[in-house]
Design a protein around this ligand. Sequence first.
Ligand code: HGY
Ligand code: MN
Ligand code: MN
Length: 414
Amino acid sequence: MSDIDLNNELAATVMARCDLLATLSEEEGRLTRRSFTPALRRANDQVAVWMRAAGMQVYEDAIGSLVGHYPADRSGASTLLLGSHLDSVRDAGRYDGPLGVLVGLAAVERLHHAGSRLPFAVDLAAFADEEGLRFGASYLGSSVAAGCLAPALLELQDADGITLAAAIRAFGGNPALLAAAARRPADLLGYVEVHIEQGPLLEAQGQPLGVVTAIQGATRATLRLAGTAGHAGTVPMGLRHDALCAAAAIVLAVEQLARATPGLVATVGQLSAHPGASNVIPGAASLSLDLRHPDDPARRAAVAELRARAEEIAAERGVALAWDELQSSAAVPMAPALRERLARAVATTGHTPVALPSGAGHDAAIMARVTDSAMLFVRCAGGVSHNPAEAVAVGDVAAAITALGQFIDGLAVA
Ligand code: HGY
Ligand code: MN
Ligand code: MN
């Protein structure tokens, strides 16, 4: 079978596997697969079967990240780490995360099919909890691999009051061994992540593949407002301390600042009112904040400006504001040497490698703390993501498999 036919066959398998994984959901009729849930357990177990069939030894690390290991042709060799994630956002698309894991797996299947062993091992990680949907903090699995998971995060609770530590244990992990699960930088050749672009640039340039220059920084926070609950029929408007109205004013202030600040994107994705009865003035409200900018000082300035504005709004309305910053991650440049290798590999597919920034966050931003990291982006229809309409073309997936294979082959002879 020619390399082209093999890569086309592998691409068709990747698409079918993404379709299968999309059925492993916590919810009927849509894809929601939070970390450490039975749905993710089924996804990990299914990918583990595929990894073993590709000649990989398989294990889960102390936080429950699934890892496949394709041995080198010698002992004591370094490791090239490939990876992405299998957890999802709510009502997700089927390619954000799984595409990267399965294209990485296809690159290993290509080696296994040829009976090839390389002068380095290839590990493939499906990192636990990249999205942060369940506990609010992202990149937990890659943070463990990079040895930088803040222990305080283990006390985060999900909507049911289950702590992260308890969820890890229930999933089969061991919070006491997280530090020991960190990768040794000296063992790693680098980290490469294949991912859908989740933006419109590749489609606009008519190119299937891009090589990421940098991943923009992000700040995530939870804002809690405490006002005064009251009877919807009896409390005059002028005497109210309505927590939801204060939250609503803050939501619009977030949008206003982002629209006025070049390069800034800011989103309130979650908003809740308590006690949540139609005839009760909300005494409490909470909202999530996700704020990003390619330039860290600009992002920090925006966070400070927004916090000051939120305090003003709360004071004007006689409502107390608690601002809880969950995570703040700096903008991360991708490794130039790996970027160049990836760009050369893309060029062998006959396509032009597009250099582009990543507006979305990725595990690669965390892995860059311990090893050279790079990302290969795959065009997605309309740039749509975090949406069930997420779509990729099988030909673009075949191009990604070819490029990743060329990248690995090039590394093997370096
Ligand atoms: O939020 C992000 O950028 C990523 O999807 N976790
Ligand atoms: Mn995502
Ligand atoms: Mn992702």
